[in-house]
Every structure is written in C-alpha cells, then in structure tokens.
Design a protein around this ligand. Structure first.
Ligand SMILES: Cc1ncc(COP(=O)(O)OP(=O)(O)O)c(N)n1
Ligand code: TZP
Ligand code: MG
Length: 207
C-alpha cells in the first residue's frame, strides 16, 4: 500500500442521508478522529451521490483525511477522491485500477473468505476487509466472519479492515486479532454523542 495511506485507526463510513448539509455537519463533527472516510449512500441517485461525494472531498481535504468512494470507481476518479471500496457486486479491482491509477487506494470486501482475500491481494487490493463480525444495525443480513480470519490473513501482507456491528466495547477483541482499521457506521453516527464515540474507537488503538 502507498505509504501515504493510514494503516491503523477508525475507518468511518457515512450513513445514508439525503440532506447534504446534514451529512457534512454530522461527518464534520467526528472527522478529527478518523483515519479514513468512506462515502457510502445506497439510497441516493447518481446526481446526489456526486454532489455529496464532492462536498465530502472538500471537507476531507481540510482535515487531511483520505476519502474513499463506495462501489463507484468512475465517480471516485471524476471528483479526484483517493480511492474506491469494491464488493462482490461491484466492478473488479483491475478495472478500478485502470480508472484510478497506481497511487489510488483500492479496498476489497472479502466477507468470511480467506481465499477471496488472497485473490484480492493478488489482484492489487490495498486493503482487505472482513465481516460482519457482529450483528450490524446498518446491514442486518450481512454474512458473518470470525476473528480467526483476521489472524489467518496476516500473512497476506495487506492492512486488514474489520466491519459490522463494531462498538468501542467489542473493538479491542478485533484489534487483538489483527484488525488494522475498524470500519464503523452506526457505532459513531447513531451514538448519543458521536464525537465521544469516535474518540473512544481511536483510543482503542492507543491502549
Ligand atoms: C470497509 C468496507 N468493508 C466492507 C464493505 C461492504 O462492501 P459491499 O460488500 O460491496 O457492500 P456495500 O457496502 O456496497 O453494501 C464496505 N462498504 N466497506
Ligand atoms: C457495509 C457493511 N458490510 C458489512 S456490515 C456493513 C455495515 C456496517 O455498519 P455498522 O457499523 O452500522 O454495523
Ligand atoms: Mg459494494
């Protein structure tokens, strides 16, 4: 992975919000404690996604936090974002690399599969993501993974991202198993005090 990308910490993912002003305000309140931000909105049309991704990129630049776009390498390339996250229903890593170039950060969902992680690493993924590790309020039917997968994938030599139902309470278990980045939506954005929640995840890496 390009040394310019963060290798540890809170990987914040946006909730589906239709109001761009509200999205910016809620992300702006917690971005100081994030290592990476992913723009993910499964409910927006192409025009709104473009508007929101562009606005978040300006915010991220002010905080010096890289912006990853979920699902859509063309949008990431178009607005000059730092990378893309791809899952099994999205385009493949080589097509995204062609859109974004060598310096971009490309992440791959590997769910509960070490074999998929191996193939993603060989195809040039900069990080491999596993999960859901716990029941996810955002994606209740997500496939489940176990912490052993984090240990078993260490030899692939890519930063390992954990996702799915992660809270400041269960985060240490995943970090102990080898997670480098913790990808979180509801644990921050549905918290009573989102800024305090974001700080609590960050503190888990410093404990
Ligand atoms: C960091 C991270 N890990 C996993 C996912 C899930 O990607 P995918 O399986 O493509 O599902 P959607 O997010 O597109 O619903 C992710 N977005 N980010
Ligand atoms: C996109 C995705 N993929 C697996 S779980 C998940 C959602 C994570 O959100 P939360 O942190 O609210 O469980
Ligand atoms: Mg996807």
């Amino acid at each position: 992975m390009n040394p310019r990308w963060p290798r540890r910490g809170l990987y914040l993912i946006t909730p589906d919000l239709a109001d761009t002003g509200e999205l910016l305000a809620r992300v702006g309140a917690v971005l100081a404690d994030a290592a990476l931000l992913q723009y993910r909105n499964k409910a927006a049309d192409a025009a709104l996604r473009r508007e929101q991704a562009s606005a978040l990129l300006a915010l991220c630049r002010r905080h010096d936090v890289p912006l990853i776009v979920n699902d859509d390498a063309a949008l990431a390339a178009d607005i000059g974002a730092d990378g893309v996250h791809l899952g099994e229903d999205d385009e493949d890593i080589s097509a995204a690399r062609a859109w974004l170039g060598r310096g971009a950060l490309i992440g791959a969902s590997c769910y509960d599969s070490l074999d998929r992680a191996r193939r993603a690493a060989e195809a040039g993924a900069d990080y491999i993501a596993f999960g859901a590790f716990f029941p996810s309020p955002t994606k209740p039917h997500a496939r489940r993974a176990t912490p052993a997968l984090l240990r078993d994938s260490a030899a692939l030599g890519r930063p390992r991202v954990a996702i799915g139902g992660i809270t400041p309470d269960n985060a240490p278990l995943l970090i102990d198993a080898g997670a480098d980045l913790l990808a979180v939506i509801s644990g921050v954005f549905d918290a009573a005090d989102p800024a305090a929640a974001a700080r609590a995840y960050r503190d888990c890496f410093e404990a």
